[in-house]
Design a protein around this ligand. Structure first.
Ligand code: SF4
Length: 393
């Protein structure tokens, strides 16, 4: 009925976009670029009989090449950019003493919930686009010129753990008059379907590395896929930028784990930062009611709609609420982080190169043009909460 037509997440009937991807791959005049979100690499293996948390990043890159993608890149590259932008914005607000707490903006189901239920708090949500959309914007506006083609001749496909990401890419402010940042968003499960349709023997693939320059990332980008990870990554960069000191112990362990509301304090120089990571929209409601009533003393809040974060997203192999599975996937992301050579987003050489070649300063004019967005008061819109709940199962 009415809900199908207006449901913002498209979750009532789970749209299958694999046909659209095949169509794009068959177009001779298109350069098809794909990005893979962090949570995908620790879960896709389950569709092929592997255990939850088995890391198959290299096999995923090989499979995507075999499917015909010209460039296989990493959403993690854009997750690092997101941190540079969000940490800059956070520091800016801290110094002004205004618009605090800053609320993260990478989860579209959460942003949509905020627009519907807390329009008076829209000044608090970060203006950063999500990593998915920052990636698309940089692929079209920067990478295209590196390979000498027009932005509209690039198709950006994303592989996400998430159904709400399909809705996010259709938000008309995310792009410009000529093109959207991202053209097609498929889920982890849809990618597994495509691999099976193509008859690829996934388990026996060799590992391949991501292409560059949009394939390089830090350990911090991986943990975006687990609840608390965006906050931890943001604090690693904010700490060093605010103090000009080297952060020795970069593991913020109190923000890890699957509790619904995790709060902690961190001393950054002479300032005590009150931080909170929330997952699940019910928990978000509790925390936002406090913020709205003026009772909250947080400076920064991360919100993810899915209980457990993106590793437990609605586009992942079904987990049926099995927390052991969700934990295994999260642990795998922390394992990747721990064993990464570079673990602080502002130390990503390819990202720093992007700023010096193209964007200028983080949070500067060009960064605003390509990496930031705005939000709408949707409190009078028809609500489709059942579907949101389903999108974030
Ligand atoms: Fe999507 Fe869930 Fe991650 Fe939000 S928390 S971005 S709804 S997978």
């Amino acid at each position: 009925g009415q809900c199908v037509a207006v449901c913002p997440t498209g979750a009532l009937t789970e749209v299958n976009n694999t046909g659209l991807v095949w169509d794009e791959l068959n177009k001779v005049d298109k350069t098809v670029v794909v990005q893979v979100a962090p949570a995908v690499r620790v879960a896709l293996g389950e569709e092929f009989g592997l255990n939850p948390g088995e890391i198959t990043t290299g096999k995923i890159v090989s499979a995507l090449k075999l499917l015909g993608f010209k460039y296989v890149f990493d959403t993690n590259f854009a997750a690092d950019i997101t941190i540079l932008e969000e940490a800059s914005e956070f520091i800016h607000r801290l110094k002004e003493g205004k618009n605090l707490p800053i609320l993260t903006s990478c989860c579209p189901a959460w942003v949509n919930y905020l627009e519907h239920h807390y329009p008076t708090l829209l000044n608090l949500v970060s203006s950063c686009k999500s990593p998915q959309n920052m990636f698309g914007s940089i692929a079209k506006n920067y990478f295209s010129s590196k390979i000498g083609i027009k932005p509209k001749d690039i198709t950006v496909v994303s592989v996400m753990p998430c159904i709400a990401k399909k809705y996010e890419i259709s938000r008309e402010e995310l792009g410009n008059n000529d093109f959207f940042d991202v053209d097609v968003s498929i889920t982890t499960r849809e990618l597994s379907k495509m691999i099976k349709q193509a008859g690829i023997d996934f388990l026996n693939l060799d590992d391949e590395p991501f292409d560059n320059p949009m394939g390089e990332s830090t350990g911090a980008a991986n943990i975006f896929g687990a609840t608390g990870g965006v906050l931890e990554a943001a604090l690693r960069t904010s700490y060093e930028w605010l103090t000009n000191e080297n952060l020795e112990n970069i593991d913020f362990k109190s923000v890890r784990g699957i509790d619904g509301i995790k709060e902690f304090k961190v001393n950054i120089g002479s300032t005590i930062i009150n931080a909170c990571a929330v997952n699940g929209l019910g928990n978000a409601k509790k925390v936002m009611d406090e913020v709205k009533s003026g009772k909250s003393n947080y400076h920064i809040i991360e919100v993810m709609a899915c209980p457990g974060g993106c590793v437990a997203g609605g586009g992942q192999p079904y987990h049926y609420g099995d927390y052991d599975k969700i934990k295994a996937r999260s642990n795998a992301l922390y394992h990747i982080d721990k064993h990464s050579e570079v673990r602080k987003p502002h130390k990503n050489p390819s990202v720093n190169n992007l700023y010096s070649e193209f964007l200028g300063e983080p949070y500067g004019d060009l960064a605003h043009r390509y990496l930031h967005t705005y939000y709408f008061d949707k409190s009078n819109f028809f609500e489709c909460e059942e579907n949101l709940a389903e999108a974030t199962e």
